[in-house]
Design a protein around this ligand. Sequence first.
Ligand code: NAI
Length: 291
Amino acid sequence: MALTIGIVGTGTMGRGIAQIFAASGNSVILHDARTGAASEAKEFVDGMFSRAAEKGRMTSAEAEAAAGRISTARNLADFSGCDLVIEAIVENLKVKQDLFSALEEIVRADAILATNTSSLSVTEIAASCSNPERVAGYHFFNPVPLMKVVEVIPGARTAPEVAERLGALAREAGHMAVTATDSPGFLVNHAGRGFVTEALQLLREQVAAPAEIDRILREAAGFRMGPFELLDLTGLDVSGPVMQQVYSQFYHEPRFRPSPLIDQRLAAGLLGRKTGEGFYSYSGGTKVEPE
Ligand code: NAI
């Protein structure tokens, strides 16, 4: 059954989430704290549907209908009719808690509130709510339309049917839902620490350069992307805080310790693709292959 889904935060993730759920027949309402951001996101997603129609991945009528299901809202109060609200705002516990408290005053009693947090505790986000049973983690990956997996994370007090409904909705949109417990980094960002943290250690020990490490992990170990390519795609402004969060939530267990290389590169603005320079250089969004 088609739902009305509110999305708060229309940056990288909010746009992708909007795209898959509008494409699968749901009505999507976009809201962002920055004036104009929701309209920019709608334009972006509309453009993605037009491109899909040009490439024959959907008909023009389907593209038009999908774009027509996305609207923007200047005020959160416009979310009163939503069945589900997904937040994809800044990765900050207090800001997310404040948003969820505000949403609880607006949405229906049976509406679900989901967070796309990468690394914060779902239970802690839900703790600010008077009805934490309806709150769950819904962790998509970037780029959402291509990364066909989503972690569904029940918090300590989440009602089982809330997680089940989120899983079913993802499947209707063509995604695979994997349930993970609410532990630091959930499943993917916990496992990913081994991949990324150890690669940074190899770099610090000068075992090999980023391109060599990426190449061997892609070609010999079968990863689709190397750890440095992944860091550049995600952006250090996103990955850095995730590393800090996972380390701190595991009570500073040494194997999760972030590399000093990250802080240095953050300070230098070498965030990755989004700044044109990370572990690789980018020209017009395309990676410049090192010599
Ligand atoms: P982004 O910076 O691209 O977008 C965030 C948007 O939220 C911005 O447009 C900003 O104006 C808006 N915003 C910030 N505070 C707000 C508030 N209080 N109310 C309404 N809008 C607000 O960030 P991105 O990368 O989309 O990440 C969003 C969330 O998704 C974060 O929690 C992040 O950890 C998580 N995430 C990010 C992934 C990635 O690869 N970028 C992957 C999976 C999860």
